[in-house]
Design a protein around this ligand. Structure first.
Ligand code: 2M8
Length: 419
C-alpha cells in the first residue's frame, strides 16, 4: 500500500462521526490542537470532514471564548482516560446541555487550519458558510487568550498548565513546576500506562503536579488570575501560533468582507512583544512568578518561525541547523537540545522529534527564505514515516518509532506533504 493510502487509512480509522481521535487506546477523545493538524491533512481526503473536525471542536467552546483542550466523547469508555469528565466537571460551569470538556486550553493553531481547509475547497466552504460561522468563534477564542491570559501584563499570553503547551513534560517546565506540591500517586489512577511504556511517558511526580494544577483551577471555577495559577508561563509556541493564526484571520476577514486591519495590527503587536522571550538565538519561556526566562533548549523556541516577517528568523535558522538541533543533517527536529544532558530520545517531549512541530517549522522556513532546508524537513518526515509507520514521535537520531501507533497528526502531516 502506498504511504498516502496508509496515512488515509489511519485518519479514516480514527474518525468518530464528527471528529478524529488522536490515536486508539491512549487518546480516545477529541484534542484541540490535534484536531487543527488533523483538519489540515483531512482536507485532502474530504473537505467536508475537515470542516466538521473544526466545527465539532468549536461546538464545545465555552461562553468565555476558551476552546477546551479535550472534548469528551460520551460513547468512549468512562474509565478510558484520566483525567476524565468527572474530574474536570465542566458541566458546573457550562450546564448539562454543553458537551463535557476539560477546562484548560492548547496552542491556538485553529485559525491557521481553518484558512487552509477553506482554501483547499472554497466552493464547499462557501456553500456551507464555514468561515462565516467559524470566524466569530475564532475571534472570541483569541480574545479569551489576549484578555484573560496576559497574566504577566507584558502583552504575551501565559499558559497555566504544562498540558496547555502541548509539550507536556518538556524540561522547560521542570523549574516552574518545582513550586507545585504533587498530589500523591495513590490519590489518582493513571490510564496512559495501560497503553504506553512508562519509559516513554511523563513520570508519576510530573502527573501529581499536573493533577494539582488542574484541580486548583477547577476548584476556583476556572477563573484566571495569578492568585489561582501557581504555574504561569509565557510560552513561545502559544504566542507565535496566536500571531500566525491572526495572520490567517487577516485572510479570513478579507474573504468575508470584514475589516482585516485589527488582525494585521495584532500580528505586528505580538511580533514586537516576542523579543521579550529571546536570548542567544532561541526563544524561551518566561516564568511569570519567578520573573525570569526559563533558559533551555526546547524546540518551542524555534516555532516563532511561523510568525510572518519575524526579524529574528535568520538567527533561529542558524540555531536549528547548529549542533543543538542538527535539523539539516537529521531531516527532523528534536524536541530538546541534543547537546544538553537532559536530552532523552525516548521520553515524550524531552527529546523525540514530533511531526506537527517539524511541519510548522518547514512552513516557517519557506516563508523566511530557506526553502532548501524546508525541503530537507519534508523529505525527512516522509522518510521517517515510511520507516517507522504513523507513530506518535520518533527518536530523532535513528527515526525509530515511539509512543502510540496509528497516530492521527502524523498521518495528517504526511497527507499534507504528499498533496
Ligand atoms: C499529549 O497530551 C495529553 C494531555 O493533553 C496526554 O499526555 O494525555 C500531548 O502530546 C499533546 O500535545 C497532545 O495534544 C495530546 C493528544 O495527542 O497528547
Amino acid at each position: 500500500m502506498s504511504l498516502r493510502d496508509q496515512a488515509a487509512e489511519v485518519l479514516l480509522g480514527n474518525w468518530r462521526g464528527h471528529n478524529t481521535i488522536p490515536a486508539p487506546g491512549l487518546y480516545p477523545h477529541q484534542w484541540s490542537w490535534d484536531s487543527a493538524f488533523i483538519a489540515v491533512g483531512l482536507r485532502h481526503l474530504s473537505s467536508l470532514r475537515a470542516q466538521q473536525e473544526l466545527e465539532s471542536l468549536f461546538g464545545a467552546q465555552w461562553a468565555d471564548g476558551r476552546v477546551p483542550h479535550i472534548v469528551f466523547d460520551p460513547e468512549a469508555p468512562r474509565q478510558g482516560y484520566f483525567p476524565g469528565p468527572e474530574f474536570w466537571r465542566s458541566e458546573e460551569v457550562n450546564g448539562p446541555q454543553h458537551p463535557d470538556t476539560s477546562g484548560i486550553v492548547q496552542p491556538p493553531v485553529h485559525a491557521l487550519a481553518a484558512w487552509e481547509v477553506h482554501a483547499s475547497d472554497p466552493e464547499t466552504s462557501r456553500r456551507r458558510s464555514f468561515l462565516e460561522r467559524l470566524y466569530p468563534k475564532l475571534v472570541a477564542w483569541h480574545d479569551y487568550l489576549r484578555g484573560r491570559r496576559d497574566l504577566g501584563g507584558r502583552g504575551l499570553v501565559s499558559i497555566v498548565h504544562p498540558w496547555e503547551s502541548g509539550m507536556d513534560n518538556s524540561p522547560s517546565w521542570d523549574a516552574p513546576l518545582q513550586r507545585v506540591e504533587p498530589v500523591p500517586p495513590t490519590e489518582f489512577q493513571r490510564r496512559d500506562l495501560d497503553h504506553a511504556d512508562a519509559s516513554e511517558r511523563p513520570t508519576d511526580a510530573d502527573y501529581g503536579r499536573y493533577v494539582r494544577l488542574a484541580a486548583t483551577y477547577r476548584d476556583h471555577g476556572y477563573a484566571d488570575g495569578l492568585q489561582v495559577h501557581e504555574f504561569a508561563v509565557e510560552d513561545p509556541v502559544t504566542n507565535s501560533l496566536l500571531a500566525a493564526s491572526e495572520a490567517a484571520l487577516v485572510r479570513i476577514a478579507q474573504e468575508l468582507g470584514e475589516p482585516a486591519h485589527p488582525h494585521e495590527a495584532e500580528v505586528a503587536r505580538i511580533r514586537d512583544a516576542l523579543p521579550l522571550l529571546l536570548e542567544d538565538g532561541l526563544f524561551h519561556s518566561y516564568d511569570v512568578h519567578g520573573g525570569d526566562l526559563v533558559r533551555g533548549g526546547s524546540v518551542a523556541g524555534l516555532v516563532p518561525l511561523v510568525v510572518p516577517g519575524l526579524p529574528q528568523a535568520q538567527d533561529l535558522i542558524a540555531t536549528a541547523t547548529g549542533p543543538r538541533f542538527r535539523a539539516e543533517e537529521l531531516g527532523v527536529v528534536p524536541s530538546w537540545d541534543l547537546t544538553d544532558p537532559l536530552f532523552d530520545p525516548s521520553r515524550y517531549w524531552r527529546g523525540p522529534a514530533w511531526f506537527n512541530i517539524t511541519w510548522l517549522l518547514q512552513r516557517g522556513l519557506d516563508d523566511h527564505g530557506a526553502p532548501e532546508l524546508a525541503q530537507v524537513l519534508r523529505t525527512g518526515m516522509l522518510t521517517a514515516a515510511n520507516r517507522s509507520g504513523f507513530r506518535e514521535y520518533i527518536d530523532p537520531r535513528t527515526c525509530e518509532g515511539k509512543g502510540a501507533h496509528h497516530f492521527s497528526w502524523t498521518a495528517a502531516v504526511v497527507l499534507d506533504l504528499l498533496a
